[in-house]
Design a protein around this ligand. Structure first.
Ligand SMILES: Cc1cc2nc3c(=O)[nH]c(=O)nc-3n(C[C@H](O)[C@H](O)[C@H](O)COP(=O)(O)OP(=O)(O)OC[C@H]3O[C@@H](n4cnc5c(N)ncnc54)[C@H](O)[C@@H]3O)c2cc1C
Length: 375
C-alpha cells in the first residue's frame, strides 16, 4: 500500500487526485490537503467582478467532490515539506503536525509577492481571489469618470484577465453612458507581446484595444503605488481614479529554501513533472519553473502527466508521459473581438490566432463543462 499525498486543491491538484483515484487500486491511500474546501474556477472571476455571475457559480465543495472519488480531503495549511524524510508539516487546520507520504504531488500554486510593490496592499485592487474580485467589482460600480488603470507588475505572469477587465470595463461604461467621461489605460511592464510570448497575439489584442479606445502603455514596470498614482522605476508616474493591478508572482513558500527551486521559488521540474534531484516527488501548475504565462489548462495537463508517471513509478515502471508546454488562451472581449491563441512555447513558431464571438461563448461553455465534470 502506498500513501499518496497531493498538496493544493486547485486545477493541478484536483485533476491529479481524480486521475489517481480512477487508476490506482483501493489498497493505495490518496489524500488531498488544501487550505480551503472550496474549489475556485479562477477564469470566471472577471465575470464575477462585473456582476455577470454569482460566487456560487464559480466555486464548488472540494470535500464532497473528493469523497465521491474515495480521496481523503484535509482542510489545512501546509507550512513546509521535507522531501528527504518524506513528511509534510501542517501549520494548522483539521490536522496538525507531520503527515508522512510515499509519493508527493506539490500543487500549491503561486504566492503573490505584494510586498515587492510599496503601497500595493493599501491602494491596489486585484482579482486573484474571490473576495478581491468582489471588492474590485464594488470599486467598478462606483467609477463613473476619470482614469482607470488596469495592469500587471513585473513578474505577474497572467495577462488574460488584465485585457478582459479592460474590455469589460469599456463595455460597462458604454452601457452606463459614462464611456466619454472615462479614460482606460492598460499598463504592461514589457514590450507588447512579450507577456504572451508572441507578437501575433499582441497585434490582435492591440487592434481590439484600439476599437474600444483603450490606450496601452508598454515598458512601464510599476514598482510603487500611492492613493492616486502608480510609479515605475524610471521615476515616471500614471495617475488613476480606479486601479486594478496584478502583483508579482513567486513560487509557493512551502518549497523554498530546500535547493529544489529556481531563484523565484518555482520548483525545478522536467517534462515528466518529476522534481529535479528529489525522489518520488512531482510538482504541477503555477508552482513550477516553466517560462511564459501561468495558466489553468497547463496545470490540468501537468496534473494528468504527473498522475500517469506516479502510477508507472509505483508499479515499478519508468515514467513515460511527457508534458508539452503550450499556451491555449481565450481573451473574452465580450463580442466579435474575442481572441483564441495557441502556441507551443518550446517551439520557435508564431502562435495561431483566431477571432470572433464564438470564443467568448466557448469560454463560458467551458466553465459550465468544468463544473459538471468535476462536481
Ligand atoms: C482572474 C483570473 C483569470 C484567469 N484566467 C485564466 C484563463 O482564462 N485561462 C487559463 O488557462 N488560466 C487562467 N487563469 C490562471 C489559472 O487560474 C491558474 O493558472 C490556475 O489556477 C493554476 O492552478 P494550480 O492548481 O497550479 O494553482 P491554484 O489554482 O492557485 O491552486 C492552488 C491551491 O493550493 C492551495 N494552497 C496554496 N497554498 C497553500 C498552503 N500553504 N496550504 C494549503 N493549501 C494551499 C490554494 O488554496 C489552492 O486551492 C486565471 C487566473 C485568475 C486569477
Amino acid at each position: 500500500m502506498a500513501k499518496v499525498l497531493i498538496l493544493g486543491g486547485g486545477f493541478g491538484g484536483l485533476i491529479a487526485a481524480e486521475r489517481l483515484a480512477k487508476e490506482l487500486g483501493d489498497e493505495h491511500q490518496i489524500t488531498l490537503v488544501s487550505r480551503s474546501r472550496r474549489f475556485i474556477f479562477y477564469p470566471a472571476l472577471v465575470r464575477l467582478a462585473f456582476g455577470k455571475c454569482q460566487h456560487e457559480d464559480v466555486s464548488f465543495d472540494l470535500r464532497e467532490s473528493m469523497l465521491d472519488r474515495r480521496v481523503n480531503f484535509i482542510e489545512a495549511e501546509v507550512a513546509r515539506i521535507d522531501p528527504v524524510e518524506r513528511k509534510v508539516t501542517i501549520a494548522h487546520g483539521e490536522v496538525e503536525g507531520k503527515l508522512p507520504y510515499d509519493y508527493l504531488i506539490f500543487a500549491l500554486g503561486r504566492r503573490l509577492a505584494t510586498e515587492r510593490i510599496a503601497g500595493f496592499y493599501e491602494h491596489a485592487n486585484h482579482v486573484l481571489s474571490l473576495d478581491k474580485a468582489l471588492k474590485f467589482g464594488k470599486a467598478v460600480s462606483q467609477f463613473h469618470e476619470g482614469r482607470a488603470v488596469i495592469g500587471q507588475c513585473p513578474e505577474a505572469r497572467l495577462p488574460v484577465p488584465v485585457y478582459e477587465i479592460a474590455f469589460a470595463l469599456s463595455r460597462l461604461l458604454e452601457e452606463r453612458e459614462d464611456r466619454k467621461s472615462a479614460r482606460i489605460t492598460v499598463v504592461s511592464p514589457t514590450a507588447p507581446g512579450v507577456e504572451f510570448g508572441d507578437t501575433n497575439v499582441a497585434s490582435a489584442i492591440g487592434s481590439a484595444l484600439d476599437r474600444h479606445g483603450i490606450e496601452l502603455v508598454s515598458h512601464f514596470p510599476i514598482e510603487r503605488v500611492s492613493s492616486s498614482a502608480a510609479y515605475n522605476n524610471f521615476g515616471q508616474s500614471i495617475n488613476f481614479d480606479l486601479l486594478m493591478l496584478l502583483p508579482p508572482f513567486q513560487g509557493a513558500s512551502a518549497a523554498s529554501h530546500l535547493g529544489i527551486t529556481n531563484k523565484d521559488g518555482y520548483l525545478d521540474v522536467g517534462p515528466t513533472m518529476q522534481v529535479t534531484g528529489v525522489e518520488r516527488m512531482y510538482a504541477v501548475g503555477d508552482c513550477v519553473n516553466f517560462t511564459g504565462p501561468k495558466m489553468g489548462h497547463m496545470a490540468v495537463r501537468q496534473g494528468e502527466v504527473a498522475a500517469a508517471n506516479l502510477i508507472a513509478e509505483l508499479n515499478g515502471r519508468e515514467p513515460f508521459s511527457h508534458y508539452i508546454h503550450e499556451v491555449r488562451l481565450v481573451v473574452d472581449e465580450g463580442g466579435i473581438d474575442s481572441i483564441y491563441a495557441h502556441k507551443d512555447v518550446w517551439v520557435d513558431e508564431p502562435a495561431s490566432v483566431r477571432q470572433g464571438r464564438f470564443w467568448s461563448w466557448a469560454k463560458r461553455a467551458q466553465e459550465k463543462y468544468w463544473e459538471a465534470a468535476h462536481l
